[in-house]
Ligand binder design. Structure first.
Ligand code: NAD
Length: 277
């Protein structure tokens, strides 16, 4: 390991606050779940091609709820068929070692951190979870019924049975919505742990940012707070990003340029002492 990276990890461990890890779609790319960058995410409705950043909006859901549900049920099937990878598992080891000093903020809706073994209490799913639906009328959250299945392909039709399964929890039989934060919506504490994430950033002794392009607001705020406080900040990303720029501008920042599965395990081994035993 590079000496500078080792020094920053040691400084973070010696500090007072939590070790905060913040993940984006890049950590799940090695599990086969597409990120929002690139061509594979486009969704076709009739003759129109929609970019994920257009589909993942309340405006799209208001105009074409069944299309947006088809897209989510397809993506949910992709997520359910994927398995956690070495980077997800490394974070489970880090939590086991650090216990209450560990906190995971994830933008991912795929549930892979929880499936790998990260605890519910220390995992903030700040963009929701693709396995959950929410009633628009009373705000209640419910697991999507298993009966909906995991065999949704890009051309699967939205059936009456699906509509009825996704309406079972709402007063008056209204269609529930996916429990995700859309690009034209705002964070809150109740659903998306906004204030808890800001508090974590303010107190963080070390921030590790993994696989995110910086296209969403709360993660950028978390990064900016840590960089401004001068706390150690390690960024792991396959491509340069606003976070890698933050790290390179900060005296206590370090950019690991490459895949999470390669860079994260040795960092976790250093933080847990496993590379010395
Ligand atoms: P993004 O798609 O905007 O960016 C992904 C980033 O990961 C890119 O910077 C890319 O260079 C990097 N990357 C790709 N493969 C990598 C790897 N193997 N190792 C390290 N880095 C890698 O994703 P985002 O920043 O998370 O934000 C977009 C939104 O998309 C979020 O709201 C998120 O909820 C949602 N999303 C979630 C999932 C998921 O749950 N798996 C998948 C796609 C999008």
């Amino acid at each position: 390991m590079d000496d500078r990276l080792g020094e920053l990890l040691a400084e973070g461990l010696a500090g007072d606050g939590p070790v905060v890890v913040m993940t984006g779609a890049g950590i799940s790319a090695e599990s086969g779940i597409p990120t929002f960058r690139g061509e594979e995410g486009y969704w076709t409705v009739g003759s129109a091609n929609y970019h994920p950043m257009e589909m993942a909006t309340y405006e799209a859901y208001r105009r074409m709820p069944e299309e947006v549900w088809r897209w989510y049920l397809y993506r949910r099937s992709v997520c359910r068929r994927a398995a956690p990878n070495d980077a997800h598992r490394a974070l489970v080891h880090l939590e086991e070692a650090l216990q209450d000093r560990f906190l995971l903020i994830t933008q991912n809706v795929d549930g892979l951190h929880r499936r790998a073994g990260s605890s519910a209490a220390r995992t903030f799913e700040i963009h929701g979870n693709i396995d959950v639906m929410r009633c628009e009328r009373d705000g209640s959250r419910h697991l999507i019924p298993e009966a909906i299945g995991e065999a949704w392909g890009p051309s699967s039709p939205f059936t009456d049975e699906a509509r009825s399964l996704l309406s079972g929890c709402c007063p008056g039989g209204a269609l529930a919505r996916p429990h995700v934060l859309w690009f034209d919506e705002t964070y809150d504490e109740e659903n998306f742990r906004f204030h808890s994430s800001i508090d974590a950033a303010v107190g963080a002794a070390l921030l590790i940012v993994i696989g995110t392009s910086g296209s969403t607001n709360l993660p950028m705020q978390v990064g900016a707070i840590v960089a401004r406080r001068g706390s150690p900040m390690i960024v792991i990303n396959r491509d340069p990003s606003p976070f890698s720029e933050m790290a390179e501008r900060s005296a206590a920042g370090y950019f690991c340029h490459g895949p999470a599965g390669e860079h994260l395990p040795p960092i976790v081994a250093r933080l847990t002492g496993a590379d010395r035993s």
